[in-house]
Design a protein around this ligand. Sequence first.
Ligand code: R1P
Ligand code: URA
Length: 301
Amino acid sequence: MPTEQMTSANKPLSTEGRTYHIETRSGEVSNRILTVGDPKRAQKMASYLDKILFTHSSHRGFLTITGLYKGLPISVVAIGMGLSMMDFFVRESRMVIEGPLSIVRFGSCGSICQATSGDIIVAKSAFAIGRNYAFFEEGEGEPYLLWKPVQADKDLTRVVKRKLSEAVGAEHVFAGSVGNADSFYGSQGRIGTDFYDCNEGLLDRIREKYEDASALEMESHMLFHLAQASTGAKNMDRPSIRTACALMVFADRTGNKFISPEDSERLVEIAARAVFDALVEDMPTQEGLHPAAGSVWENEI
Ligand code: R1P
Ligand code: URA
């Protein structure tokens, strides 16, 4: 349930200035954000910050940790899974942060290319895959709709890929287009008998349509799409949000393998500093960013 009184139904900010679902306010979240799905991954990665200044877990399961890395503020935000959670996160973050945002998603995925469990796939672009209800209800069209890829920010992606390659070895880092499905199961072509999914040919159809399709997950297209749709913050041209996405291969869909808990933890540990270094290299100063006055980093930088 809401923890504070909201002042508007259209833009629900509390009397304290906190957003409804994430429950952060101005000065608690940085312009540099690492976002992940799993809150334990967020905590693990945040443990590589030099100092933690703020932690908040919201009533809807969003976890925000803001701290300092190499003298600059960075936030780590765990959002859970799926398109709607990404939408809440991007929109409510935008509401409480002044200036440009750089957001890097460090997630997990299923590989549909030669990358195997434990490798990393960096998204050059992301396309959406959605279950077509008209097909299931009325037999109209294809069972799954495929939307065109949206590009990641090239500069941010380049630095994320370079830093991760230095950390894990270039031979373990792949790049390609990522399919953002609206389900882990049907829309990612997982075959089962409990539901009528009509998805036997889906992976082949995806590969035919998008030659560099490399990974399947559940948030990247929404992130890239909202970045592209973001209007300018004060004194800025649009878009006001730049994004990149790197994904650990958990499921190797070709070899039918799944990463071990030990290997996924090791990968997260190795990647944490690489992603923070990328965010800091991408935005090396606080000039033009959210003002320090009233923020949790006010007395720290
Ligand atoms: C499914 O297991 C979840 O894992 C992937 C998918 O996008 C989905 O959210 O990413 P995260 O590991 O970041 O949550
Ligand atoms: N996350 C996904 O969305 N799909 C996978 O196969 C693995 C992780």
